[in-house]
Design a protein around this ligand. Sequence first.
Ligand SMILES: [Zn+2]
Length: 498
Amino acid sequence: MIPVVSYARISADQERDEHGIQHQHKVNRQTAERLGWIVVDEFTDNDKSAAKSGVVRDEFETMVRALRTGKLQDGRAIRGTVVMVEDRLVRRPGDYERFVEALTYREGRVYADQRGPKDLYSEDVESMGLIGAVIAKMEVRKMQRRMRNDHRRRALAGEPPAGGNRPFGWKDDRRTLDRDEATLVAKAAEQYVSGRGLNSIVRAWQEAGIKTTTGREWTTTSLKVLLRNPRLCGWRMINGELVRGPDGQPIVGQWDAIITPEQWMAVNAIFTARKGHLVNGSGSTSPLPQDFREHKHLLTSFLRCGRIRPDGTMCGARLRVTRQRDCVQHIYSCPPKSSGGCGGLGRRGDKVDEFISEAVLAKLEERSTAAQDVGPWPGEEDLKAVEDQIKELREQWRTRKISNALFFEEIPALESEQTRLRAERERYALTAQRAAADMTDIRRRWYSEDDEDRLDISQKRAYIREALHAVIIHPVGKGNGSRTKFNPDLLEPFWRED
Ligand SMILES: [Zn+2]
């Protein structure tokens, strides 16, 4: 009979009772018996303190020393260890290596867990152990997180987060809507999706004397934080990740939502797209580009001079806004030669604005009709399949049907596919959201007499930018009739591809 020791450890997320520890030792004794070994001593650790970095687990260390010398403190010989599962043995990186080093210090040592004996002299097993240590490290961190706060538990139960200031849009109970604030938030989200800039919304809120729940002025940053928070649609984010249930779906909180998940995904997709690059792809999924400069006129930077220079090339300069003494309206005109233009073209601003507005609205209406036919996101089944695969793989790994190595080999590709599909669904939601926006409402608001209701210049410019790249203004030909008669045929829009 080979003399071995039994090692047991109760992890902090299990019941820390004597019974649990005795159960582990009992299983270990049975494992040893089956293999013709005999347990001569028991080492026990409680993981409660081991999970805190820097705390040395005495019994584990004593066991490692004993294995190295091959003798217990009282002189009895030992030749191996039985543990219930390998990851009970390893809780921190380095533990496993030291253990293997001590055990294999001499020939003929044995090791087993409840799945059977393992040859720790083989390199293959050692590398598996390293993976085990990596997992263990992750698990320790997870455990610490669990112990530190019950954040996630509350989140999974759909409870609103405790502490901090009252969220804007809700009453003090954090569940019931504050009607006035919620209306503002809903409107801001809707306007943001339809292209209004954060600056423009913040200015309106400041002018209306609206303050944050801590009594401060709103800024673009605080508004951005507000709009990016999935709380608005009843979801919850922890460390930048949506809190999801076992089925992979976001947990729906117990508080009233201000906007729909689709609306929030649309808002979030715009922020995400703006963070780095514009998500363009098929074109229709690109969010409205933001207007960073504040423009006073509808079409500055869109209009180009179409006059043909003596050498036969087109001038192409960006038109500026000028005013002439005898004219109430603004004039779009080509800058002088000293500023890179030809100085030889000008057109009545009000007429150009009116014509281009109409053309853009017509184009958007046409696209909206086409986009409404897109139907549901076609990737739903793919996403479901990937999520099922991940669930299945995790379950197999958890129940030890597959090895750590296989799990870590398979899981990254599936997870990145899942991330990609989720992002795609968000972009799709954005497109559908915009398609669903009632174009007749946009048309009405474009011309509304009510300042509150009317789209502001930055919103209108966003729509224009979505519809077209530029408009070339061709010169009025000689002998083409009166110069004062406005001819829309001389405006040539360059539409963005559908
Ligand atoms: Zn010119």
